[in-house]
Design a protein around this ligand. Structure first.
Ligand code: HAM
Length: 421
């Protein structure tokens, strides 16, 4: 096999794919910062136990999907399969927590899971992740959900469905697990998929969101979480829903939404799209109050979410023309003598805040204008022999086709003037 080939499930990203990512990141930052979030950048490699402990040994992510290997001294390291556990590790290690404080951190970047690649599912994928630490109030849950909604709308994604649920707490969930285990015990083996045969004993909640038709049928009439949670969890969830009801967001309750990571309790949510095929979950999150303590830190509650950038980017494909910023100019040089002047003119234009390029080799008018068209610039500035002799430049508006010959030093004014129109 050629070594000049990328690894399966990993992607190179050229424009316009990378434009979509840049747009999503910029939009996310501008929305999250309004809510008081700062950006935390954590390493891609962590000690394996950060994820094994944090996410849970029985989850698919830890059990089957992690990129784990020994380093040169035999210590087990893992490439982060998600951001939350590493963010908690960093938060604990930084010792910045003060009782009563609220810490809002967003993290963006690549994550790694050894899953079967398909549309919307990669082995290296990217998340935009937010964590709000320090408050156990249902208002914090509602606020991150509303912020996620604002981000998605700001990105122009308005055909998505929010699903919400409560998973109960460490007090009430064991009782619910028991109710599930009892219910599942009565199902004949052959009615469940291989995963659920195992899960019904190791992680019965996961059976609830199995996508296999056979399993969905076998568990008809299964006990539902909202009927089993304790009064405290019920009140918490009710308040989250009341705030959502009072806001401009539509959502559905999904009593079978359990999420795939073990640290969740209480409020959970997912955002799904009907337009990108089977990998329909574009974002997911929830509350994880015991996690910081479990990883060796103080007893700090938290709530957060992550969006899958590849999946959001699929939804953005239709908007490609609108996402990339249009460069202002291309300087077409028809005469060798103009190359240096063109480059200096480009520098002058850039110093004025305009964006664009100058040809690095002279060419025919046709080939140079083709290049300008390909770059989708607003103006072609043409430097031919005549213009060089007269110290002028032809400024051609590529949209209207209008053109004017102006002294070279006035080109900036012309371009800037049209910007203000
Ligand atoms: P998650 O549901 O495992 O949650 O992942 C969040 C999102 O990442 C998914 O909804 C999906 O869009 C995207 N995603 C996951 N796996 C892949 C993949 N193989 N290829 C492409 N996209 C993928 C978490 O990771 C939690 N840490 C979220 C969270 C933050 N909860 C609280 N805070």
């Amino acid at each position: 096999m050629s070594s000049a080939k990328k690894i399966k499930g990993f992607a190179d990203m050229f424009p316009p794919d990378s434009d979509r990512f840049t747009f999503l990141e910029n939009t996310a930052r501008s929305v999250f910062f309004k809510y008081g979030f700062g950006e935390l950048r954590t390493p891609i490699l962590e000690r394996t136990e950060v994820f094994a402990k944090g996410i849970g040994e029985d989850t698919d992510v830890v059990g089957k999907e992690m990129y784990t290997f020994p380093d040169r001294k035999g210590r087990s390291l893992t490439m982060r399969p998600e951001a939350t556990a590493g963010v908690m590790r960093a938060f604990i290690e930084s010792k910045q927590y003060q009782p009563g404080g609220v810490y809002k951190l967003c993290t963006m970047g690549p994550m790694f899971r050894y899953e079967r690649p398909q549309k919307g599912r990669m082995r290296q994928f990217h998340q935009i992740n937010c964590e709000a630490l320090g408050s156990d109030s249902p208002l914090a849950d509602a606020e991150v959900i509303l912020m996620l909604n604002e981000f998605l709308l700001a990105a122009g994604l308005d055909k998505l469905t929010f699903e919400v649920n409560s998973l109960g707490c460490n007090e009430c969930r064991p009782k619910f697990r028991q109710a599930l285990t009892d219910f599942f015990a009565a199902i004949p083996e052959e009615e469940l998929c291989d995963d659920c045969k195992r899960r019904r004993n190791t992680n019965p909640l996961r059976v609830l969101d199995c996508k296999v038709e056979r399993c969905k049928k076998a568990i008809e009439g299964v006990p539902e979480l909202p009927d089993h949670i304790c009064p405290k969890c019920r009140d918490h969830f009710a308040e989250v829903l009341e705030v959502l009801d009072a806001s401009d967001i539509s959502y559905v309750r999904n009593p079978r939404l359990v999420r795939g990571l073990d640290y969740y309790q209480s409020t959970t949510f997912e955002v799904v799209s009907g337009d990108i095929g089977s990998q329909s979950s574009v974002a997911g999150g929830g509350r994880y109050d015991g996690l910081v303590k479990m990883l060796g830190g103080p007893d700090v509650p938290g709530v957060g979410f992550a969006c899958g950038m590849e999946r959001l980017a699929l939804l953005l494909e239709a908007k490609d023309g609108e996402l990339a910023e249009q460069p202002d100019f291309y300087i077409a040089v028809l005469d060798e003598r103009g190359l240096r002047q063109g480059l200096l003119l480009a520098q002058q234009l850039r110093a004025e805040g305009l964006s664009g390029e100058c040809a690095l080799a002279a060419g025919s008018m046709k080939s140079q204008l083709r290049r300008a068209g390909k770059l989708n610039v607003r103006f072609a500035l043409i430097l031919g022999g005549e213009e060089l002799d007269a110290k002028t430049v032809v400024v051609k508006n590529l949209q209207s086709g209008d053109q004017a010959t102006v002294p070279m030093k006035h080109a900036t004014t012309l371009l800037k003037g049209s910007e203000q129109e």
